[in-house]
Design a protein around this ligand. Structure first.
Ligand code: FES
Length: 134
């Protein structure tokens, strides 16, 4: 098990009809509360991950792990799922989490998956598990 970080974009805004209806500041606070006391999991604010059109944005990263970026979060309700996902992610060597293992609220929300620093070959995960995530 290695320590992992949940980066929450505090400058994001989820928009409906052009109006911001939910903010990254809210998501940051809710996620920090949901993950409070979880071993090896830190929640950190970040200002913009260049996913503004799909905010609110969250990234999961850790040493030797895939980095996962998710977006389109629109309420505090997702915070419990983010914390639950972080525990699964923390416990997976390489950070690969299959679609079927993801909490329901994260399904359809993935933006991208980035190989860990120094990675030199495929696969980190079986391509059939990488799924389209639609
Ligand atoms: S403001 Fe959050 S990704 Fe740009």
């Amino acid at each position: 098990m290695s320590d992992v970080t949940i980066y929450v974009c505090k400058t994001c805004g989820f928009k409906q009809d052009g109006e911001v209806t939910y903010t990254g500041e809210s998501l940051l606070a809710a996620t920090d509360q949901a993950a409070n006391g979880m071993e090896g999991i830190s929640v950190r604010p970040v200002s913009c991950m260049n996913n503004c059109d799909r905010g609110c944005t969250v990234a999961f990263t850790g040493p030797g792990k895939l980095t996962y970026v998710f977006g389109d979060f629109s309420s505090d309700d997702i915070a419990v799922d983010l914390a639950a996902y972080a525990e699964i992610y923390r416990d997976r060597e390489g950070g690969a989490v299959k679609l079927g293992e993801r909490p329901q609220g994260l399904k359809g929300k993935i933006v991208t998956r980035v190989p860990p620093f120094g990675f030199s070959g495929f696969p980190v995960m079986d391509p059939k598990d990488a799924e389209a995530d639609a």
